[in-house]
Ligand binder design. Structure first.
Ligand SMILES: [Zn+2]
Length: 410
């Protein structure tokens, strides 16, 4: 049985120990069991500690088959029977802050609002508790948060006590303990009594600020995300940096930010609309000009053009304008944009060509895929071929088709 130094004193960072056992998990991870340890093993929602044993990294600590196994980056050399353990204190103290913060916040939700905590998770980025409740308002959250922070400022001692049998019934525990012997109670006098196996700081002030980030409904109630201590201080600094940058950019004061942003977005949408209208007007002029320069074959007028770095959506609009304006038009567009070649083939109502044939034959040159309807088809592919090269090919296909039509008409 390993002596649990983290219970004797959760502030022990370095310790000497004897190696009791070396082993390897089925997945190949080497581990050691020591006669005493300050490494807390995963349990009660708190992740296991990491750190070093001698010069070897400890990647995690778990309780397996009643043993506390320290997982090592590489096996401990044979013959080394006395070792020095060093836990990653920054990480562990963070866990102590989050864990004790959870006790304090859960107690505030339970006592002030009658909302019991049914689950707890201490994650890498945030901490969550699941509350059994049908409703949770912003006001509820801020009330519980304020009470929790008051408990922090009062700097109340966080005590631990070991009890056996039904001795625990002398304390107002939030729920009965899961074990019968060696029950560990964590007590904040007159505020919170819990059976808990985690590590906690010696007084509530060490938890630092407690801040609820967000909350959402889940299957059993509400999940509350929060952070404590150094995490809360860092988050404040990060957010403040972002807000200051925004204030500088928008030349605003902090409390004017939402209003400034609304004004900016409104202006943006106005401009976007104006821009679109102006663009549509330009496109209709362009359509007129293209029709005026069309290759007039009598029954058919061909508009064939290549474009570089032009939005395909813009070209599609142009195609619509052309076929709406002239029933006898055939439009062939080749557009090159960011390495991709796009082909559009369309015709007016007065032409009975199936444009899918022409577009398919055009795309065959670049192994492209496409589709559409008889009066308008399109497709494309990544290719080195230029828009001009594709247009030449499309024109050749048009001429062949045109010849066929002329022959069959005769
Ligand atoms: Zn605890």
């Amino acid at each position: 049985m390993t002596e649990k130094l983290y219970y004797k004193d959760p502030y022990i960072k370095t310790f000497e120990a004897a190696v009791v056992q070396r082993g390897e998990e089925t997945d190949g991870r080497p581990y050691v069991v020591l006669d005493r340890t300050a490494f807390y093993p995963t349990g009660g929602g708190q992740p296991g500690d990491t750190g070093e044993i001698d010069d070897i990294s400890v990647t995690g600590t778990e309780t397996v088959a009643g043993e506390i196994r320290h997982y090592l980056e590489r096996p401990l050399p044979e013959g080394r029977d006395r070792v020095t353990g060093r836990i990653d204190w920054e990480r562990r103290f963070d866990h102590m802050q989050q864990h004790a913060g959870q006790h304090i916040l859960s107690a505030a939700f339970a006592d002030e609002l009658g909302m019991k905590t049914v689950a707890f998770h201490l994650g890498h980025d945030d901490v969550t508790i699941d509350l059994a409740t049908d409703a949770l308002t912003e006001e509820d959250v801020r009330r519980a948060e304020a009470i929790a922070n008051r408990i922090v400022y009062q700097n109340l001692p966080i005590q631990t006590k070991w009890v056996d049998g039904d001795e625990w019934t002398k304390y107002p525990l939030r729920k009965p303990p899961r074990v019968k012997e060696n029950i560990r109670l964590v007590i904040i006098e007159n505020y919170d009594y819990n059976a808990c196996g985690g590590t906690h700081p010696r007084a509530t002030a060490e938890v630092g600020p407690i801040h609820v980030l967000s909350w959402e409904k889940n299957q059993d109630g509400f999940r509350v995300h929060f952070i404590c201590g150094i995490r809360a201080v860092r988050a404040f600094a990060d957010k403040h940096r972002v807000i200051r940058a925004l204030n500088r950019k928008l030349s605003s004061q902090e409390n004017e930010l939402p209003e400034k942003l609304d004004q900016l977005l409104e202006r943006y949408h106005q401009l976007e609309k104006q821009c679109e209208e102006a663009n549509d007007r330009l496109l209709s002029y362009e359509a007129k000009e293209l029709l005026a320069q069309a290759d007039d074959r009598g029954s058919v007028r061909l508009v064939a053009r290549s474009f570089i770095d032009r939005e395909v959506a813009d070209c599609q609009k142009l195609v619509r304008l052309l076929v709406d304006a002239d029933e006898s038009v055939i439009v062939l567009f080749a557009i090159k944009q960011r390495g991709r070649l796009h082909v559009i083939g369309a015709r007016g109502r007065g032409v009975d060509w199936d444009m899918r044939d022409l577009v398919r034959d055009g795309l065959a040159l670049i192994n492209g895929r496409g589709g559409g309807k008889p009066d308008r088809a399109q497709g494309g592919a990544e290719t080195d071929l230029t828009a001009e090269g594709m247009l030449t090919h499309l024109k050749r296909l048009f001429e062949a088709r045109w010849k066929e039509t002329a022959t069959s008409a005769r």
